[in-house]
Design a protein around this ligand. Structure first.
Ligand SMILES: Nc1ncnc2c1ncn2[C@@H]1O[C@H](COP(=O)(O)OP(=O)(O)OP(=O)(O)O)[C@@H](O)[C@H]1O
Length: 260
């Protein structure tokens, strides 16, 4: 493979140890307990689906891994580095939920994808030919080349998702976190993103991806985590999709009724 999708070229990718190691993470927002003693380890080259009901703590987990939410307790190591160091080194990339992004910001699609290259540029942020090439290739991979100069806010929901996935690809991060990249995207975009993530993992990258699309989970992921403030299960997608496991995660009884 060639190009940014396969470019897991950071120094960390040559180190031993897990790609992501989360231990005993506990996060409160005021009185709300969002994460309760969450531990998980992801090996390099794996895609892990993060499954849980609304409010189960998925976004909080991503933010704590990125170091933008401060845990009460616990630790995060990304290729052995603390979140801030890993962010600075470009080792970890994050595709946020659409609701978290200010779409009125006057940036083109090209600008957004180029943001993935900031870590590689000098302090004046002058893109070099390698940065431009990585951005062009990432745009091509997500089929947005024709819209590169459009304002990000003037894209459809699925196109916006693809633009942020392109930013992660251009960055060539070893560990990519995606918060619901399939929400509001059509089947074709979903297939494009899935294929790109599989290529990333085949090149040694590690992906943690939250999704509400349970049916697509086995196609997407090698393993799955069921989250309900705590890790209820970390196993194969097939294990996670067993009715009794889903019932625990989603508060459903086996006849499909929702508990209050
Ligand atoms: N900034 C905040 N202030 C207070 N409470 C918050 C804040 N952000 C999240 N929460 C609460 O923390 C809990 C976990 O929220 P989080 O956004 O992590 O869930 P989620 O699994 O990502 O949900 P969804 O599937 O709806 O995106 C919820 O109870 C939520 O209401």
């Amino acid at each position: 493979m060639s190009g940014p999708a396969a470019s897991v070229g950071h120094a960390a990718s040559t180190q031993g140890g897990p790609a992501l190691d989360v231990r005993g993470l506990t996060v409160h927002y005021g009185d709300v307990l969002a994460l309760d003693d969450v531990s998980l380890t992801l090996r390099r080259g794996t895609i892990c689906g993060l499954i849980g009901m609304n409010g189960s703590g998925k976004s909080t987990l991503f933010k704590a891994i990125m170091g933008t939410v401060k845990p009460d307790r616990g630790s995060v190591a990304i290729a052995g580095l603390a979140p801030k160091q890993a962010r600075r080194a470009g080792i970890v990339g994050y595709v946020p939920q659409s609701e978290e992004v200010d779409w009125s910001f006057p940036l083109s699609v090209y600008d957004v994808v180029m943001m993935g290259r900031y870590g590689f540029q000098n302090f004046m942020r002058h893109p070099r030919p390698a940065d431009r090439a990585a951005v062009a290739e990432a745009l091509d991979r997500v089929e947005l080349t024709g819209l590169a100069h459009r304002r990000i806010g003037a894209l459809s929901g699925g196109q916006r998702k693809r633009a942020f996935v392109a930013r992660g690809l251009a960055q060539g991060a070893d560990v990519l976190l995606l918060d619901e990249p399939f929400a509001g995207v059509d089947r074709r975009s979903e297939a494009t993103i899935t294929e790109l993530l599989r290529e990333l993992a085949a090149g040694g990258g590690t992906v943690l991806v939250s999704s509400h699309d349970l049916e697509a989970l086995p196609r997407l992921a090698d393993e799955a985590i069921l989250l309900l403030r705590r890790v209820l299960l970390h196993g194969s997608p097939q294990e996670a999709l067993r009715p009794e496991q889903l019932a625990r995660a989603f508060g459903l009884d086996l006849t499909g009724r929702t508990e209050e």
